[in-house]
Write a protein that binds this ligand. Structure first.
Ligand code: PEP
Length: 255
């Protein structure tokens, strides 16, 4: 049985004081939502402070990126061991901003994914098509290609532990959201692909989040789709009210 998973991707927003204040608000206002896993992914420089503020809370800590190597001469980079040391549980991999701005490829994502799983962290692997690709009718081909290459070489057990996030690039930070039907179509197709590449039970176990302008007023409809198991939330995760409204929407829906 899959559990809803709502994660906030703070991107390069908030300074230390506002990060810690947000976490305190989330902890104060989070009601009984044991049916929902919740995580926040602050900028790496604040993982320590946010992690300390979260201690004892059900809200988990996640990072926005990681380097695949265990250690060494990689100026500016952060290893999985460092994330473990800071109490992280999750790592976002292959976010469309990392792909578009920093040139990350499916191969890069795959190398990181293996390192993350080996380190015992839970990856959130992002996939999604651009507007141009959607308009050209290439969504299925693009998303299937990203999944196939990013997830290459995983065992069934590793795949079952991996979270996927379908994030149409045209819906990220734009205020445009995929309709529940558009999102469900892609989620169902990803699950179909997982069933053929791995197994039916693995496909059934994998949590697939939707991301792209998820807000309080569209969360319920999106999360109500059978193959949508949560949300990766950008903008709306920067305020406690809007983030918690999405968590509450998930809590109201029976999986
Ligand atoms: C994201 O950054 O993953 C995202 C989905 O952002 P937003 O919710 O702001 O569209």
């Amino acid at each position: 049985m899959r559990k809803f998973f709502i994660a906030g991707n703070w991107k390069m927003n908030l300074l230390r004081d506002s990060s810690v204040a947000l976490v305190h608000q989330l902890m104060d206002q989070l009601q009984n939502t044991s049916s929902v896993d919740v995580a926040v992914c602050p900028p790496s420089v604040y993982l320590h402070d946010v992690g300390a503020a979260l201690r004892g809370s059900p809200i988990q800590l996640g990072a926005q990126n990681v380097h695949h190597a265990t250690e060494g001469a990689y100026t500016g980079e952060i290893s999985c061991a460092m994330l473990n040391d800071l109490g992280c549980r999750y790592v976002i991999l292959g976010h469309s901003e990392r792909r578009a701005i920093f040139g990350e490829t499916d191969v890069d994502v795959n190398v990181k994914l293996h390192a993350v799983l080996k380190a015992g962290l839970t990856p959130i692997v992002c996939v999604g098509e651009t507007l141009q690709q959607r308009e050209a009718g290439e969504t299925q081909q693009v998303v299937r290609g990203q999944c196939t290459h990013s997830l290459s070489g995983l065992t069934n057990e590793q795949m079952a532990k991996t979270v996927l996030a379908y994030e149409p690039v045209w819906a990220i930070g734009t205020g445009k959201t995929a309709t529940p039907a558009q999102a469900e179509e892609v989620h169902a197709d990803i699950r179909k692909l997982l069933a053929t590449t791995f197994s039916g039970s693995v496909a059934n176990a994998v949590v697939i989040q939707y991301g792209g302008s998820v807000k309080a007023d569209n969360a319920m409809e999106l999360l109500g789709q059978p193959n949508i198991d949560g949300a990766l939330v950008g903008g709306a995760s920067l305020k406690s009210d809007s983030f918690l409204a999405i968590v509450q929407a998930a809590a109201k829906i029976k999986k």
